[in-house]
Structure formats: structure tokens, C-alpha cells
Design a protein. Structure first.
Length: 169
């Protein structure tokens, strides 16, 4: 729920066929972008992390003071420890390629099948530096993201200007 009381709905785009999700669910069609206090936030689920185009910013929107850059990508996930290297690497990659903050929240503990989840929840800055990392235990953590720093990174390294234009609905 947004601070103004509105709800958004996000249907996971990429179904995890390896576990049979595609047999029981339909893939989502649209991204959920929230705007909170002038922050553009792209909300995603789990396996969507493996697909960079789904997280990529779009072109400048005519009539808006927004260049299609998301300020924050948030992933809520269920990645087991045996794939934690990919989880951590892809979170950093999404931050670097999109020049944004990335927040990854992953489960911790064993599931009913004896599969262990190490958490490895992280907050990463627009240059890929890890600002927070928690492994193997639940945690509540507060961090303040710096919009001025984000703008400075994008101004100093305007790589986003060279990106390919495409449209995802």
C-alpha cells in the first residue's frame, strides 16, 4: 500500500518453469511502478530478477519530468542458498545497469522440502556497492536512500542516455 492509501497489483511476469509454476499460473503482463515522494519505484518478484529487460528503464516520457529512469528496484524473493551467488550478482547487475538503488528481500530458513534459504537480503547503490547485506537470519533494517547521490551518479556517468529505446507495457 502506498502512503496515500492506494494499492497496486503486480503479477509476476516470468514463471519459474523449473518448479512448474507455468503449469498453474499465468504470466503477468504489466510492471508495477509506484511513485512515492518523488521516487520512481519498480516492484518485482523473485525470478523476474533474471530478466534485465523487465527491469530496464524506458525512454523519456513526453510532458513529464522523467527520463524513464527508475530510482529503486525492489525484489521480493524465494531464492534458495544453492543459487545465492546468482541472486547477489544479479541484484548488483540490475543496480549498475539501471543506475538505481536495488533492494532485494529474500526468505530465510528451511522450507517443507528441506531446502535452505540463506536470505542474503541486500540494499545496493547505483554503482553496485552493497550498502546492506544480511545472511542466514531475519532482520529489520532501516536505511535512508540519498536522492542527491543518485542524481550525482547519473549526471557524472550518464550511461542511461546511450540505452536502447523500447517499450514494455
Amino acid at each position: 500500500m502506498l502512503p496515500n492509501g492506494q494499492y497496486g497489483v503486480y503479477n509476476k511476469r516470468h514463471l519459474f518453469a523449473y518448479a512448474g509454476e507455468n503449469e498453474f499460473y499465468a504470466a503477468g503482463e504489466k510492471r508495477l511502478i509506484a511513485s512515492v515522494k518523488d521516487w520512481k519505484i519498480n516492484l518485482q518478484v523473485c525470478y523476474d530478477l533474471r530478466f534485465p529487460v523487465w527491469a530496464r528503464q524506458g525512454p523519456q516520457i513526453p510532458g513529464e519530468n522523467w527520463h524513464g529512469l527508475y530510482d529503486v528496484l525492489i525484489y521480493v524473493a524465494n531464492w534458495p542458498e544453492r543459487r545465492s551467488h546468482a541472486w547477489k550478482t544479479l541484484l548488483q547487475a540490475r543496480a549498475i545497469e539501471n543506475q538505481c538503488y536495488v533492494i532485494g528481500v529474500n526468505r530465510v530458513g528451511n522450507d517443507g522440502n528441506g531446502i535452505y534459504y540463506s536470505g542474503d537480503s541486500m540494499v545496493i547503490d547505483p554503482l553496485g556497492e552493497v550498502l546492506y547485506h544480511k545472511k542466514d537470519e531475519e532482520d529489520i533494517f532501516t536505511i535512508t536512500l540519498d536522492k542527491k547521490y543518485l542524481s550525482a551518479v547519473r549526471e557524472k556517468f550518464p550511461f542511461w542516455k546511450d540505452g536502447d529505446e523500447f517499450k514494455i507495457f
